[in-house]
Design a protein around this ligand. Structure first.
Ligand SMILES: Cc1cc2nc3c(=O)[nH]c(=O)nc-3n(C[C@H](O)[C@H](O)[C@H](O)COP(=O)(O)O)c2cc1C
Length: 189
């Protein structure tokens, strides 16, 4: 699929078919993260792939705002990827100037995963509401890593259409001029 079509077609898919993601496709998806750009090419990330159903079912229970709100859908995802980051020396230096590059790095990589999955007809949705300490314990993540975001992945339960993967309707976006400036903040392009 054409790239510009793909980025319009991707949606947050929260209803998954009970079908495992094929290993070769999962590896293809993870390769998209491995080759992602990062500040000073530090690649200070780690992607934990969770496909153990019992473990996945535990994840929504770790969500801060309650299982029902933000992450209930995760329990039916055949796969969840935890995007983890650590801080390289260059990240600490950038932080002196208020740049949180480690979060930018892992976010870019995770979205390469999301887009690669969509290109293969696999839906995904981020989850950002979780109790980091409890989740790190559940997943055995070493102390020097933190979890930036989770991504639930799976084949959509609903059929995909011309409009969207999993038939999920588009969510409203802000107007172009509300989010784009030309040279000086507030000037229209
Ligand atoms: C960092 C981040 C965290 C998110 N956390 C959640 C979440 O906890 N639960 C959820 O259902 N969706 C979550 N989402 C999905 C957004 O709600 C979704 O991307 C947004 O509403 C736009 O819809 P779309 O992805 O279908 O275009 C998150 C998205 C991002 C980027």
């Amino acid at each position: 699929m054409d790239f510009f079509k793909l980025i319009k077609w991707r949606r947050s898919v929260r209803k998954f078919a009970p079908r495992a993601i094929e290993r070769e496709k999962l590896i293809q998806i993870l390769e998209a993260a491995r080759i992602a750009p990062s500040s000073s090419n530090r690649q200070a990330w780690h992607f934990v792939v969770i496909d153990d159903k019992r473990l996945i079912e535990q994840i929504p229970k770790q969500v801060v705002l309650g299982e029902r709100m933000a992450a209930a859908f995760l329990k039916d995802a055949p796969c969840v990827i935890a995007g983890c980051y650590t801080r390289a020396l260059t990240h600490h230096l950038a932080r002196l100037f208020k740049h949180e590059n480690y979060l930018v790095d892992v976010s870019i990589a995770m979205h390469q995963i999301s887009l690669a999955a969509a290109a293969l007809g696999i839906g995904s949705c981020y989850v950002g509401w979780f109790h980091t300490r409890k989740l790190k314990k559940l997943l055995g993540i070493p102390p020097h890593y933190s979890i930036a975001v989770l991504l639930g992945l799976g084949y959509p339960a609903e059929p995909s259409t011309e409009e969207a993967i999993g038939g999920v309707p588009a969510r409203v976006r802000k107007a172009f001029d509300d989010v784009v400036s030309h040279n000086i903040y507030g000037n229209k392009l």
